[in-house]
Design a protein around this ligand. Structure first.
Ligand code: NAD
Length: 414
C-alpha cells in the first residue's frame, strides 16, 4: 500500500524531534497544520454541464511569517497530501532562512481534461473560494504540479477583483513577468537543484563533468534540472515521464528532447533511445538519480536496487522513510527535498519582495542571490550532519525545527 504522505511527514518530524530533544509542546504544535480549508468549486463546463471540484488549502505554521507554498492540480490530490506538503514547506523555508511558514493547496482534477476556458474558470473559482484565508501578508500560493504562470495570473486577477479592484501582485508568485513575476523564477527550482548537486558532489568526490544522471519526471523541475546538469557536463542517460521513459547510455540532449516533445507530444520514440520503465530506471547504475515527479517513488521495494551514488530529491517526498533508511545503510547519499528543491520558493520569496517594493531586480541579481542562499543552506545542513553524525535529511530537519522552536518560544506560544 502507498504511504500516506502526511504520516511520512509526521514520521520525519518525529525522528528529528527526538534527536533534538524538542520540547513536546512544540512538537505537538508542529505535527498538525494551524489552519485547513476544504472548498467545493462549481465550474460551468463548455458543453453546458456543471462539475463540482474539491479544493484544499493548508497553512502549517506561521511562527516565522506568512504561509507560502504551491497549488497542485492533480487527480490524486487529497487533504492529507496537501497537509503533508504544507509541513514540508515550513521546514523548507526554515532550511533556507526565508521569513515564511508552510502552505499548500490543491484541486483534485486532471487539468489535461479541461479546455483553456474551463481551466480558467476552475482557477478563478479556487482563488475566490480560498480568498478569505490567503493574501500577501497571510498566505502566498505559487505553481506546483499541474499549475503554471498563466494560472497564477488568473488567480492574482481574481483575488484583486474579490478585494475590490486593487491589484495585489504579491498574493501569488510564479506569475508571468509582465504581471509582477520575477526573472529567473521558472527555472529556479532546477537551478537550485543543480547548485545542491554540485555542492554535494564536491563533498562526495564526484566530478560532474562526465558524470551520469537518471531523471524521473521531465516537467518544469525535471527538464530545468536536466538542462542545468547538461551545462555542467553531466551525461543524462535516462528520463522517465508519466507515459513512458527513454534510455540511451550515450546520453540524451535535454534541449533537443524538449524540441522533440514539442512536435511529438511525448518523449517516447526519441531517436537513439530505447524504452524503459520505472522499475528499470531506479536500478540503473549512475552517479546521480533525480526523482522530479511525485511522492513515494523510492520505496522499500526498490531502494535496495538503487545503484546511484547520490539521490537528489527534486520532487517533494519522493523517498519513503523505510527507503530512506535502506539508502542510508547502503551508503547512498540523499540530498533531501526540503533543501534540494528550495530554489523555487527562494525565488518566489524574491518575487514577493519585489512586488512589495514595486522595484524589480535583474536576472543576474536574482541568480546570484539564489546561489548565495542555496550554498549557505547546504553548508549549514552539511555542517550539522557532520556534527551530529546524521544524514543530510535529518540535519535539514533539525536545523529548520530548531529555528522554528526558537521563534515559537520567543512569541510565547508555549
Ligand atoms: P510538472 O507537472 O511540471 O511535472 C511533473 C512531471 O512528472 C510531469 O512531466 C509528469 O509527466 C511526470 N510524472 C508524473 N507521474 C510520473 C510517474 N509516475 N513516473 C514518471 N513521471 C511522472 O510539476 P513540477 O512543477 O515539475 O513538479 C515536480 C515535483 O517537484 C513535485 O513533487 C513538486 O511538488 C516539486 N516541486 C516543484 C517546484 C516548482 O517550482 N514547480 C518547486 C519545488 C518542488
Amino acid at each position: 500500500m502507498e504511504a500516506n504522505p502526511l504520516t511520512v511527514a509526521q514520521q520525519q518530524l518525529d525522528m528529528a524531534a527526538e534527536k533534538l530533544q524538542l520540547d513536546p509542546k512544540i512538537h505537538a504544535i508542529l505535527r498538525e497544520p494551524t489552519r485547513v480549508l476544504e472548498v467545493s468549486i462549481p465550474v460551468k463546463m463548455d458543453d453546458g454541464s456543471l462539475r463540482v471540484f474539491k479544493g484544499y488549502r493548508a497553512q502549517h505554521n506561521d511562527a516565522i511569517g506568512p504561509a507560502k507554498g504551491g497549488i497542485r492540480f492533480h487527480p490524486d490530490v487529497t487533504m492529507d497530501e496537501v497537509k503533508a506538503l504544507s509541513m514540508w514547506m515550513t521546514f523548507k523555508c526554515g532550511v533556507l532562512c526565508l521569513p515564511y511558514g508552510g502552505g499548500k493547496g490543491g484541486v483534485a482534477v486532471d487539468p489535461q481534461t479541461l479546455s483553456p476556458a474551463e481551466l480558467e474558470r476552475l482557477s478563478r473559482g479556487y482563488m475566490a473560494a480560498v480568498a478569505p484565508i490567503v493574501g500577501p501578508e497571510r498566505d502566498i500560493p505559487a505553481p506546483d504540479v499541474g499549475t503554471n504562470p498563466q494560472i497564477m495570473a488568473w488567480m492574482m486577477d481574481e483575488f484583486s477583483k474579490v478585494k475590490g479592484g486593487v491589484t495585489y501582485p504579491g498574493v501569488v508568485t510564479g506569475k508571468p513577468i509582465i504581471v509582477g513575476g520575477s526573472l529567473g523564477r521558472s527555472e529556479a527550482t532546477g537551478r537550485g537543484c543543480v547548485i545542491i548537486i554540485r555542492e554535494a558532489a564536491k563533498r562526495l568526490g564526484i566530478k560532474l563533468q562526465g558524470a551520469t544522471a537518471v531523471i524521473q519526471g521531465f516537467g518544469n523541475v525535471g527538464s530545468a534540472t536536466a538542462l542545468f546538469l547538461a551545462k555542467e557536463g553531466v551525461k543524462i542517460i535516462a528520463i522517465m515521464e508519466i507515459d513512458g521513459g527513454i534510455y540511451n547510455p550515450e546520453g540524451i540532449d535535454p534541449l533537443d528532447l524538449l524540441e522533440y516533445r514539442k512536435k511529438a507530444g511525448t518523449i517516447n520514440g526519441y531517436p537513439g533511445s530505447r524504452p524503459i520503465d520505472n522499475e528499470e530506471l531506479f536500478s540503473l547504475e549512475c552517479d546521480l538519480l533525480v526523482p522530479a515527479a511525485l511522492e513515494n517513488q523510492i520505496t522499500k521495494e526498490n531502494a535496495g536496487r538503487v545503484r546511484a551514488k547520490l539521490v537528489a530529491e527534486a520532487a517533494n517526498g519522493p523517498t519513503t522513510p523505510e527507503a530512506d533508511a535502506i539508502l542510508a545503510e547502503r551508503g547512498i547519499t540523499v540530498t533531501p527535498d526540503i533543501m534540494t528543491n528550495a530554489g523555487g520558493v527562494t525565488v518566489s520569496y524574491f518575487e514577493w519582495v519585489q512586488n512589495i517594493m514595486n522595484y524589480y531586480w535583474t536576472e543576474e541579481e536574482i541568480n546570484s542571490r539564489l546561489e548565495q542562499k542555496m550554498v549557505a543552506a547546504f553548508d549549514s545542513v552539511y555542517q550539522m550532519s557532520q556534527e551530529y553524525q546524521v544524514t543530510l535529511r535529518m540535519a535539514a530537519y533539525m536545523l529548520s525545527i530548531a529555528r522554528l522552536a526558537e521563534a515559537i518560544k520567543l512569541r510565547g506560544w508555549v
